[in-house]
Design a protein around this ligand. Structure first.
Ligand code: ASP
Ligand code: MG
Length: 445
């Protein structure tokens, strides 16, 4: 008997019929002899709608109240799901994040899980019942207030519960068949990836792939939780995200259904030996670029600028400093940051303009970032040249470049990003020959 944590995303429970459909699937897993714990997201685009609603009341809602508002979304879906499962003759009970023992720090809106005490969930399993847990929320012991984990946080709830309960697998159910070589909404020729290491998945998620929340992957890696990303609309095997050596998957233990589906030992070894150079192309539209123009090229300038940026709370990504013009001794420094951090960062820099003596500031939110990710690329020369060549052939200008061992990222104009993703996906031979990827539901919002 296996203990399975299943997480269903918003598009899998978008309306009453979807809730009933998912309930059937959960009842099946339970009747097949598994212990089942379910984490559920808010229905459809509920979280966005709640945020829109708050914005109509006030431009700057108090974070504590916003968290209480947003946790309501997951409470709706968890209780409806428990009703639907009970209706099928399987006992089920729903729990808020607080009731499920998800303890976080007190940073509203992006709280971190500090402890998981799932005693009520364990009791429920022991009684042979299905436990449904509201995703993306917890409670902080500092104030006893409810908190949320940040957008996409239900993935993290699921992985944290899987770790806390020592589950055999954490299944993430979504509206596509797994992790693809690019977003199938943009690249219909994208191919499903059968198996990824935590490191590759981390780079993809950090580069904008939304199929798994970044923090859930960090958590899975830390605790060695095998994650199976798959569709709630089909029974096809999805993408298995695991450590290089399979981590907690014991080769002598009978393989859980999921590991078998994704390939037995021999097939897995073969897959590793023929591991492709590139795992995928990710894209991100959520960043903006700030350029500090006419910066005196003297020691300490970059330090001062980025002290100011850090104090404004911005999490910067890429940085480019140009060679200073010989005649003027001035240079430009550009960096990217989450779009939402733009206003306070611009204000902070503006306030030190006289002190630092730079000429002006530019803000640009019409940028897109494309990232090519693959653990195999570090041993293959010429990957960047091929990437730049593909963009040249598509007539797309590169504004910034950054690289790591297993990733190359470029910034382009936002309106040429989709084309850039398709061009690079094609140039690296990632296009599938098996027809178009299926997007079962969801708006991708
Ligand atoms: N409902 C939350 C969101 O839309 C959490 C989640 O779905 O993972 O971000
Ligand atoms: Mg999600």
């Amino acid at each position: 008997m296996a203990l399975v944590v299943q997480k269903y995303g918003g598009s899998s429970v978008a309306d009453a019929n979807s809730v009933k459909r998912v309930a059937k699937r959960i009842a099946e897993a339970k009747r097949a002899g598994n212990d089942v714990v379910v984490v559920v997201s808010a229905m459809g685009d509920t979280t966005d709608e709640l945020l829109d609603l708050a914005a109509q009341i006030t431009p700057l809602p108090p974070q504590r109240e916003l968290d209480i508002l947003l946790t309501a979304g997951e409470r709706i879906s968890m209780s409806l799901l428990a009703m639907a499962i009970t209706n099928l003759g399987v006992k089920a009970k729903s729990f808020t994040g607080q009731q499920a023992g998800l303890i976080t720090d007190a940073v509203h809106g992006r709280a971190r899980i500090v402890d998981v005490v799932p005693s009520r969930i364990r009791e429920t399993i022991e009684k042979g019942q299905v436990a449904i847990v509201a995703g993306f929320q917890g409670v902080t012991t500092e104030t006893n207030d409810v908190t949320t984990l940040g957008r996409g946080g239900s993935d993290t709830t699921a992985v944290a519960l899987a770790a806390g309960l020592d589950a055999d697998v954490c299944e993430i159910y979504t509206d596509v068949d797994g992790v693809f070589t690019a977003d199938p909404r943009i690249v219909p020729a994208a191919r499903k990836i059968d198996r990824l290491t935590y490191e590759e998945m981390l780079e993809l998620a950090a580069s904008g792939a939304k199929v798994l929340a970044l923090r859930s992957v960090e958590y899975a890696r830390r605790y060695g939780v095998p994650v199976h990303v798959r569709s709630s609309f089909s029974h096809a095997a999805g993408t298995l995200v695991v450590g290089t050596h399979g981590d907690r998957i014991d080769p002598n233990a009978p393989a859980p259904a999921v590991a078998r589906a994704a390939g037995d030992g021999a097939a897995q070894k073969e897959a590793e030996m023929e591991a492709p150079i590139i795992s995928g192309v990710a894209h991100d539209r959520s960043e903006a670029k700030i350029t500090v123009v006419g910066v005196p090229d003297v020691p300490g300038m970059a330090a001062r600028i980025f002290e100011v940026v850090a104090a404004a709370g911005a999490n910067i990504d890429m940085i480019v400093q140009n060679v200073s013009a010989a005649q003027t001794g001035l240079t430009d420094i550009s960096f990217t940051l989450p779009e939402g951090d733009g206003p306070q960062t611009m204000a902070a820099l503006k306030s030190v303009q006289d002190e630092l003596g730079f000429a002006s500031l530019q803000f640009d939110d019409q940028i897109g970032k494309l990232s090519l990710v693959g653990a195999g690329m570090k041993s293959h020369p010429g990957v960047s040249a091929a990437l730049f060549g593909a963009l040249r052939d598509a007539g797309i200008n590169i504004e910034m470049i950054s690289t790591s061992e297993i990733r190359i990222s470029v910034v382009t104009r936002a309106d040429s990003l989709d084309e850039a993703v398709r061009a690079v996906h094609h140039a690296f031979g990632l296009d599938s020959s098996e027809g178009e990827a299926v997007v079962y539901a969801g708006t991708g919002r």
